[in-house]
Design a protein around this ligand. Structure first.
Ligand SMILES: Cc1ncc(COP(=O)(O)O)c(C=O)c1O
Length: 404
């Protein structure tokens, strides 16, 4: 393979289509897909050196693959990160980060309005292995600071959060983490490097669910951690090698190609989400709209400064109702009335996806955890795709305007 040697200082949209575009001897213009689980070694000595990490070269599919490496290098370039390591899903990226950085007795601080599975993984599953955690208010920087303990090793923030789009101050959290001798990791799944580059604001690790916008068309699962060369090669790679959370080459190829259109999609989908958020805000059956692009959003100014002036493509709204039972029935009515949009618990697709977070993404939490996170029974999340805004509005209005 010939190594692509690009000039320094290229812009992100150029890197999205040009970075890590390795070519084989055939000179293919579109990146090749290398489906192989093993690699033939030139000699026994080379094989030994490669397994020992003393010589470059692929050895075994669990450890690395050229297509997977291209995805990692391109994502790192777009995040402005020195290195990247990919995994089979977003959750396995979080697990790899925690297994690499934490041991029994260490302490993690997260927000209590993070993605439901993240709360479960850190608060319940890792607790079984002696990792302590404290969950604080996403937007209360003083609460993050007050939660720091001598054994705090990691602050993990997701901004904007799923599903309420709460935004936290990355720079402020990086300062708190570093003053405590800890690291800051940011889940950049909602914003993507198009809107927000957390490492430029002081974060040490950027985590991605490639399943979402990086793929962008709802096809494959993928995950990644962007970080320093040292963290990637010395802390995370050994976990990958022994745990096998490896990203499949085909999935890597899909997300690699997805990165090429990420900028266009994020801009178009953010614009359509803003239009929908404005329309929902004026709807008589809507109690509240959660979207960072709206001036009414509690962290609107911070979001605009931190996210390149864009709100992203996910919003949530609460239907008007009295009591949790009525709220749930009304939210279900809106979802069951859809004829164009998908009732689907995913996000980051070109198709608009609608879901009821309280019974799906946050369904495994206790009622107490859900209430603290603000995930009410009347909440509907919309991950806005590329359909015409009038068709999206008409489909949501089908249910909203017929609530009994
Ligand atoms: C913010 C956020 N982080 C992480 C994940 C987990 O990603 P995956 O489903 O790829 O494991 C999700 C999935 O919805 C998510 O929304």
């Amino acid at each position: 393979m010939s190594q692509s040697s690009l000039p320094e200082g290229l812009h992100r949209d150029t890197l999205a289509v040009r970075a890590a575009a390795e070519r084989s001897q055939y000179g293919e213009n579109s990146e090749a897909l290398y489906l192989t689980s093993g690699y033939v070694q030139p000699s026994a000595q080379s094989s030994a050196d490669r397994f020992a990490g003393d010589e470059d070269g692929f050895t075994y599919g669990r450890y690395g693959n050229p297509t997977v490496a291209s995805f990692e290098q391109r994502l790192a370039a777009m995040e402005g990160a020195p290195a990247c390591i990919s995994t089979a899903s977003g959750m396995s990226a979080i697990l790899m980060m925690c297994m690499g950085l934490l041991k029994a007795g260490d302490h993690v601080i997260c927000s209590h309005s993070m993605f439901g599975s993240t709360i479960k993984l850190i608060g319940t599953d890792l607790a079984k292995f002696g990792v302590e955690s404290t969950f604080v208010s996403q937007t209360d920087t003083a609460a993050w600071k007050a939660a720091v303990k001598p054994n705090t090793r990691l602050l993990f923030a997701e901004t904007p959060t799923n599903p309420l789009t709460d935004v936290c101050d990355i720079q402020a959290l990086a300062d708190i983490a570093h003053n405590a001798g800890a690291l800051l990791a940011v889940d950049n799944c909602f914003a993507t490097p198009v809107l927000q580059r957390p490492m430029a604001m002081g974060a040490d690790i950027v985590m991605h669910s490639g399943t979402k916008y990086l793929d962008g068309q709802g096809r494959v699962m993928a995950g990644a951690l962007c970080a320093s060369e040292e963290l990637v090669t010395k802390t995370f790679l050994p976990v990958l090698k022994s745990s096998g959370m490896t990203l499949a080459p085909f999935n890597a190829w899909v997300v690699l190609k997805g990165l090429e259109t990420l900028e266009l999609r994020m801009q178009a989908q953010s614009a359509k989400a803003l239009e929908l958020a404005r329309w929902l805000s004026g709807h008589g059956m809507v109690n509240k709209v959660f979207y960072p692009g709206l001036a009414s959003h509690a962290q609107h100014e911070l979001a605009m400064a931190q996210q390149s002036g864009l709100g992203g493509a996910v919003l949530s709204f609460e239907v008007k109702a009295s009591g949790a039972d009525q709220a749930r029935a009304r939210a279900f009515h809106v979802l069951d009335s859809l004829k164009v949009l998908s009732l689907c618990t995913n996000l980051g697709d070109t198709k608009t996806l609608c879901t009821h977070p309280a019974s799906t993404s946050h369904g495994r939490l206790t009622e107490d955890q859900r209430q603290t996170a603000g995930v009410t029974q009347g909440l509907v999340r919309v991950a806005v795709g590329l359909e015409h805004p009038q068709d999206v509005q008409a489909d949501i209005d089908r249910g909203l305007s017929t609530i009994a």
